[in-house]
Design a protein around this ligand. Structure first.
Ligand SMILES: Nc1ncnc2c1ncn2[C@@H]1O[C@H](COP(=O)(O)OP(=O)(O)OP(=O)(O)O)[C@@H](O)[C@H]1O
Length: 682
């Protein structure tokens, strides 16, 4: 194929701008058309539903003048000619139905993200557009089949000015989508098949969260019917994090995806107490699943008495031995406790029916139903296979050494059982003050009784922090679906944080799922990541820091002041940073949040306190150290690292917490302290 001469850039840009104008007018036409459709349906309710669907579709077709309808183009060869495809956030077509812009999630778009000089995937030309205020301002070309002079090399770090500009932009407000610049290794994860669970290990800022959210959007596009029926869920560490990421999926047109924390996911009962870390860790241990199962199933009685059912003048009798066989069979079939309980009356009635037939009667199904519903059968079942309330089971276990020992078998040592028992048991289950770890156990008990419904897909972020029992709670909600598991072992800050993804995947019920590693850092600049990485050998040996792909090495200031001046210095530095554009994260030890907020307010520095309800979004965000995970800010001030580390139960967790807070910055990090810095940071 002959290589066309290089076009005049100004002329070429004007042509692309004309294509954008055309795309905009086609989108407006699509919207007009949708608005003109009448919501005529058979009945009133169906009519209202249709009208709502049309209204939603029209809303989705609204053009956003602040962003361009496409950000890239690939010209794919079909042997003789090359056809251009414009790639954007949504599909736009002309009146004949031919595409003007193709959704980034469509099959053809894959080449835009993945093609390389080594694997050109039929890409004659890949073009990335520079966009400003919704207008095309520049473009960059790569001719993958036959490279030309002036091509950028996007495979090279710093090769693409457009990618660099996107990565380097100062951060303001919540997280944005990355559709225009998804990297090949990220795209592999985004487009992994719906049936496969993928686990991503990645250092801070390698794009795990971004990849997980784009994967959810891609799955919803590629498997729309199946997943809109079964549902997609995003699970994150806390509300501040969910607020930070909550706009990404709606910006990609996906408004149905629920976002939740693990506590909200399992929390049917209010949490009114906290466990000592040793107790919480034990309650999160997977062995508890067996203990709970035994505690529930031990409630099924043994058939000591025969079942006697009077009908008319006769009494029908099913011997205890035969009833026991039925009980044993139901208990070993793998059905849930309540389902088995619901089957028992019919099984017993069937045994009665067999006796009636043997005696020469010809009873039909209605007789069996009547026997199953009769009082003697109901009473017999209630005694043998009682109704179980999860809270009652747990209350008994934590109150009664005998009950716990019986359920524990050889799974828990005497010492462990001692740890689990309440010092002062509440008098009733209603008076119990449940802890967060208890709610997870109650959720497990709920599933022993009745199967938890499964969703189609779950994106589980910061998964390293979940206990085995929490992982089980998430896993059963994806039992017939799949998961995207995201995390970083070095950022594990719970006493039960995982040391092995294989183990976590086992608890999730997805043994053997693939673990991918992302190691190119898009957030943290080199000067900052090199400093934070000094902690790694002390708290996560074997794990490496990301290689920063940022051009800007960033700014690192270590700033020591006298203890008496610390609060004033914090206010002064925050106010100083707030004079320049970009968000400011002021990360302080949790127990200093209130005092810092008061000092900021007194000095007139407008701010939000993350982790509390707040309506406005201010430039300065005051962040308790334990809430910082997963967040990012343009400039970060970390206040008193020694106190942040000392607030954790052990040294390793303290250093990991520091690693998390030190890696939130995009442009610059100031470490402000009065106490000496923890060893590796000094
Ligand atoms: N391909 C990309 N193009 C542009 N920006 C990207 C890309 N990938 C990631 N980023 C940006 O890098 C930053 C970090 O991404 P993200 O929060 O997803 O990282 P993470 O691995 O989840 O970090 P952490 O472990 O700290 O939670 C975000 O601002 C994100 O938009």
């Amino acid at each position: 194929m002959s290589v066309p001469p290089a076009p005049d850039p100004a002329h070429e840009l004007a042509r692309e701008q004309a294509h954008l104008a055309r795309a905009r007018s086609e989108l407006a036409r699509m919207r007009e058309h949708t608005l003109s459709l009448q919501a005529d349906a058979g009945d009133k309710i169906a009519g209202e539903h249709l009208a709502y669907t049309l209204w939603q579709r029209a809303k989705a077709l609204l053009d956003d003048p602040g962003s361009a309808l496409f950000f890239g183009r690939v010209d794919l060869t079909d042997g003789s000619a090359a056809r251009p495809h414009y790639i954007g956030r949504r599909h736009v077509s002309d009146p004949a139905g031919d595409p003007v812009v193709i959704d980034w999630r469509a099959e053809v778009s894959t080449a835009f993200y993945r093609a390389s000089r080594t694997y050109p995937m039929g890409v004659v030309l890949r073009r990335r557009f520079g966009v400003d205020g919704g207008e095309l301002t520049a473009y960059e070309d790569e001719h993958l089949l036959a490279p030309q002079d002036g091509d950028v090399d996007a495979g090279e770090t710093g090769g693409s000015a457009i990618l660099a500009r996107e990565i380097e932009r100062p951060r303001i407000g919540p997280m944005r989508d990355i559709v225009a610049t998804i990297q090949p290794e990220q795209d592999q994860i985004v487009r992994a098949d719906v049936s496969s669970t993928v686990c991503v290990q990645g250092a801070p800022g390698t794009g795990k969260t971004a990849v997980g959210l784009h994967r959810a959007a891609w799955l919803l596009y590629a498997f729309r019917e199946r997943l809109s029926r079964t549902g997609v869920l995003v699970v994150g560490p806390n509300r501040a994090f969910l607020e930070h990421i909550g706009a990404v999926l709606p910006a990609l047109g996906e408004i149905e995806v629920r976002h939740t924390t693990i506590e909200e996911l399992v929390g049917d009962v209010p949490v009114r107490a906290t466990d000592d870390p040793r107790v919480a860790t034990l309650k999160g241990d997977a062995r508890l699943a067996d203990v709970l199962r035994r505690a529930v199933w031990a409630r099924v009685g043994s058939a000591g008495e025969p079942l006697v059912v009077p009908r008319g003048a006769r009494k029908w009798r099913v011997g205890a031995f035969e009833v026991q066989e039925i009980l044993d069979e139901l208990g070993t079939r793998g059905v849930r406790y309540d389902a088995a309980r619901a089957m028992l009356p019919q099984r017993l009635a069937h045994a009665v029916l067999v006796r009636m037939e043997r005696a020469g009667d010809t009873p039909d199904d209605r007789v069996q139903d009547a026997v199953a519903r009769s009082k003697p059968v109901r009473d017999y079942v209630t005694t043998l296979w009682p109704r179980v309330d999860p809270r009652q089971v747990l209350w008994e276990l934590w109150s009664s050494p005998g009950a716990l020992a019986a359920a524990a078998g050889s799974d828990l040592t005497a010492e462990e059982q001692e740890l689990l028992l309440w010092d002062r048991p509440p008098r009733t289950k209603g008076a119990a003050r449940w802890t967060a770890a208890d709610t997870v156990l109650l959720d497990e008990l709920g599933d022993i009784l009745e199967r938890t419904p499964s969703l189609g897909h779950i994106v589980l972020d910061e998964a390293q922090d979940l206990s085995p029992m929490q992982l089980r709670a998430v896993g059963r909600r994806a039992a017939t679906g799949s998961l995207t598991v995201l995390g970083d072992i070095a950022q594990g800050t719970t006493p039960w944080a995982t040391g092995s993804w294989q183990e976590s995947l086992r608890h999730l019920g997805k043994d053997g799922a693939h673990v991918e590693v992302l190691d190119r850092g898009f957030r943290v600049p080199a000067a900052v990541i090199e400093y934070a990485a000094r902690l790694l050998p002390h708290m996560a040996p074997g794990l490496g820091a990301p290689v920063s792909v940022r051009e800007n090495r960033g700014r690192l200031d270590l700033d020591r002041v006298a203890a008496a001046d610390l609060v004033a210095a914090v206010v002064d530095r925050a106010a100083g940073l707030a004079r320049q554009p970009g968000s400011v994260g002021l990360i302080v030890p949790d127990d200093r949040v209130a005092a810092t907020a008061r000092a900021l307010t007194a000095a007139g520095v407008a701010h939000d306190v993350l982790g509390t309800e707040h309506d406005e979004v201010h430039q300065v965000q005051l962040v308790p150290a334990t809430v910082a995970k997963g967040l990012e800010f343009d400039r970060v001030i970390v206040v008193e690292p020694a106190a942040i580390a000392a607030a954790e139960p052990d040294e390793r967790t303290g250093l990991r917490r520091l690693y998390v807070v030190l890696t939130r910055a995009v442009s610059g990090l100031t470490v402000l302290h009065a106490e000496p810095l923890p060893g590796p940071l000094a």
